[in-house]
Structure formats: structure tokens, C-alpha cells
Design a protein around this ligand. Structure first.
Ligand code: DGL
Length: 259
């Protein structure tokens, strides 16, 4: 069991930000990453469609013998993880916007959250937000268009900068001191966000926490890889290989696959 890969999926290339955290913490693990870029973005889709796509990705990863699945997508986690957990036997790790640490640490009593429509409108997000952030101001912003720009290779574009400027304006006006990134594509925006935000605003995302949780669950199930062979890290996309390589680095091999 231990040498079987950790399966990771996202609606596209964004979940590679989570893969990087997992690989840093668990460098001996074999991994298999699926980027469902052909169906990105998931954000504007309804719950049923997000569940169907998550099932498709899960079944592919299970057919490749994955021992645990990381849903490296806030939109898929907040809409589909309950379904996945009740229908499949492997452990699932999900990712949700880190609203709790932001709400606990804010000094201005105002935090911003940038996420997809699917995440912000989910019952899971509203439950977490009500539980931890009822006492502060939460400026929610749907990141319409951001995932599409990243998926089409326009991460570093004027278009992206202009869009982010619009999205950050109400947050800056509300005097936020924390910006929560609620989508796994968004950590790639950090250099631009730092440029656009006032110096005192801290940016947080859940990537490291997901990696720690993945390690804890592997330990709990006694699933950690004990083989000494160098691990295999496989990346598959049903979209553009080059865009994914740009985010991972040129030494990585990305294969095209219909799934
Ligand atoms: N990476 C996905 C997330 O974390 C992007 C969602 C989308 O495809 O719209 O929510």
C-alpha cells in the first residue's frame, strides 16, 4: 500500500501549488496529479456538475491505485467532498479557505476573501464563516476571470493586474489586514497581490496546512511510503501542457491525457 501514489486533482493547474507543498513535506511519496483544465473553471458551475467532475477525477485516480486523494481545489472540496467521502473508501484531504486563522488574528477586524463563486456560495464555506468570522467584517470577492487567465497562460498580464486592482479596491477601503486566498490557483498571484496591497496586509492560503494534514492522515493509516527508490511524480492534463510546465518548472514532465 505504502508505495501507491497520492492522487491529487484540481480543475486545472492551480492545484500544483498544493502539490509543491505536499512534495516539500513528503518528498519520498509517489504522486499523481490530474489537471482537469478542459473543464475549468469549476467555480461558476452548479454543485451537481462539480460533484460529477470530482467523481470522474476520483475514479481515474483510483483506477491508478492511489492510496489517498487530495482534492486540491476549494471549489470541489466545498461542493463535493462529503459526497466523495461517503461513496469511496480511500481517505480524502480537502482544502477550504483559511478564514479561521485570519479571523483570529485580524487587528482591524476586517478580512478579505478572494475565492470562486462555487466556494463562496457553498454551505460548507458559509458554515465556517459563520462559526469563526461572525464578529468581524468579511469582504467577499468572487474572482471571476482569474482562473481563466491563469489557465490561458496570462498570469503575468496587464489584464490580470487590472482585474485584481478592481477586486482588491473594496477590501482596501474596508481596511482589511488579512487577505485569504480561497482558490488553489491564487498562490501564483502573490507577487502581483503584494504589489497591489498596502504593506500591512498579510496574505494567507491553506497549502501548507493541507500538506500537514496529508502527512497526518498517511501516518494515521500507516500509509507512508517506506520504499527507498526515488519517487515518481506524474502530472497529467487534458489541457495545455506548456502552461502547466511554466508553473511547475521546465524540468518537469507533463503528459496529455483524456480522462
Ligand atoms: N483551483 C480551483 C479552486 O481552488 C479553481 C476553481 C475553478 O476552476 O474555478 O477553487
Amino acid at each position: 500500500m505504502s508505495a501507491q501514489p497520492i492522487g491529487i486533482f484540481d480543475s486545472g493547474v492551480g492545484g500544483t501549488s498544493i502539490w509543491k507543498e505536499i512534495h516539500t513535506l513528503l518528498p519520498l511519496e509517489n504522486t499523481m496529479y490530474l489537471a482537469d483544465s478542459a473543464n475549468a473553471p469549476y467555480g461558476p458551475k452548479g454543485k451537481e456538475a462539480i460533484i460529477d467532475l470530482s467523481v470522474k477525477n476520483t475514479e481515474y485516480l483510483l483506477s491508478k491505485n492511489c492510496k489517498l486523494i487530495v482534492v486540491a481545489c476549494n471549489t470541489a472540496t466545498t461542493n463535493a467532498i462529503d459526497y466523495l467521502r461517503s461513496n469511496y473508501n480511500v481517505p480524502f484531504i480537502g482544502i477550504e479557505p483559511a478564514i479561521k486563522p485570519a479571523a483570529l488574528q485580524t487587528k482591524t477586524n476586517a478580512v478579505g476573501i478572494l475565492a470562486t463563486k462555487g466556494t463562496l456560495s457553498s454551505a460548507l464555506f458559509s458554515k465556517t464563516s459563520t462559526l469563526f468570522a461572525n464578529h468581524i467584517k468579511v469582504v467577499e470577492q468572487i474572482g471571476d476571470g482569474i482562473v481563466e487567465l491563469i489557465e490561458s497562460g496570462k498570469l503575468q498580464s496587464e489584464e490580470m493586474k487590472a482585474l485584481l486592482k478592481i477586486y482588491l479596491e473594496p477590501m482596501i477601503k474596508a481596511n482589511i489586514d488579512y487577505l485569504v486566498l480561497g482558490c488553489t490557483h491564487y498562490p501564483y498571484l502573490i507577487p502581483i497581490l503584494v504589489e497591489l496591497l498596502p504593506k500591512h496586509v498579510k496574505i494567507i492560503d491553506s497549502g501548507e496546512a493541507v500538506a500537514r494534514q496529508t502527512k497526518a492522515v498517511l501516518e494515521q493509516y500507516d500509509f507512508l511510503n517506506t520504499e527507498t527508490r526515488p519517487p515518481r511524480n506524474e502530472f497529467y492534463t487534458n489541457g495545455n501542457q506548456d502552461i502547466m510546465k511554466q508553473l511547475l518548472g521546465k524540468d518537469f514532465v507533463v503528459d496529455c491525457l483524456d480522462f
